[in-house]
Design a protein around this ligand. Structure first.
Ligand SMILES: O=C(O)CCC(=O)C(=O)O
Ligand SMILES: [Fe+2]
Length: 287
């Protein structure tokens, strides 16, 4: 009989509103079917999985990610993080050095690719170098955010659709409005309304599908009324009781569900190096 060791495969729920830690799994190797199924179930239940102590090549990271789905590829005319015209890298450098894409500033709560027609189901972020302080990432439970709304708000938003404007089509040095009040500004790209209350495609849970600071518009509502509603929902979202703050260690992979969470990145001192790699997985049309 093999003896049990500390590196035995284990999924441990975090003492937080979402998240589970996975130990005793080497993501560079092939993974047993029952383990993959347990991970998928844990992701449905806990929305983010944190794999500890990994050491992977890009190819191994992709091979691991593809157990959970195929690569997210945006339409050619819908830019996302790291897009060059018509091409988006497969493994995206999330780094403040060597031409990485995300600098060292704060990144407000968002869900990746929310402004696209078929947003990614999830993303995996693998930490290669981390700063000694700062640069924590927070994940927020959007099912809990929805469930804790009062009944009259739930009724009011039940059938609303929301447009999130593509932040990668905005002038990076221009104003960053949080709501589209001025409808006279011509649109420079197609927009993709999604249900403001999304149903998770696997768990069936209701999700308040709204990022914290992208420019948005509620379809069919008077702009002032829409802006007030969205502000109220965003105030509700932004509460510590809905989120988990992750302090990174080298070798962590966090796999999160973009259909159930938002994430936020704390700023950090630009003199430190923070080097990560991200892979995003294909999703489906929100309903
Ligand atoms: O740098 C981070 O922690 C997260 C950046 C981010 O938003 C992403 O990789 O999708
Ligand atoms: Fe992101």
């Amino acid at each position: 009989m093999p003896t049990l060791t500390l590196s035995e495969f284990k999924i441990t729920e975090l003492d937080a509103p979402l998240g589970a830690e996975v130990t005793g799994l080497d993501a560079s190797q092939s993974v047993a079917p029952d383990v993959i199924l347990q991970l998928k179930q844990a992701l449905r239940d806990r929305h983010i999985l944190i794999f500890k102590n990994q050491n992977l090549t890009d190819e191994q990271l992709l091979n691991f990610a593809f157990y959970f789905g195929s690569l997210y590829v945006p339409p050619d005319d819908v830019p996302v993080l790291a897009s060059k015209p018509g091409v988006t890298p497969v493994v995206i450098p999330i780094s403040n050095v060597d031409n990485g894409y995300t600098g060292s500033g704060e990144i407000p709560f968002h869900s990746d690719h929310l402004w696209t027609p078929y947003p990614s189901s999830g993303s995996l972020l693998y930490a290669i170098e981390v700063p000694p302080e700062g640069g924590d990432t927070y994940w927020l439970n959007l099912n809990l955010a929805y469930e804790t709304l009062d009944e009259s708000t739930k009724e009011r938003i039940a059938d609303l659709e929301l447009i999130t404007y593509n932040p990668f089509l905005q002038d990076p040095n221009g104003p960053r409005p949080k709501y589209r009040l001025d409808k006279s500004i011509p649109l420079i790209s197609p927009v993709f309304p999604h249900p403001l209350v999304r149903t998770h495609p696997e768990s069936g849970k209701k999700i308040l599908y709204l990022s914290y600071s992208n420019e948005v518009e509620v379809v069919g509502l008077d702009p002032q009324e829409g802006a007030e509603l969205i502000e109220q929902l965003r105030e509700h979202l932004n509460q510590p009781r809905f989120y988990y703050q992750h302090k990174w260690s080298v070798g962590d992979i966090v796999y999160w569900d973009n259909q159930a969470t938002l994430h936020y990145r704390q700023a950090f001192d630009p003199n430190y190096r923070r080097v990560m790699k991200r892979v995003s997985l294909a999703g489906s049309r929100p309903f």
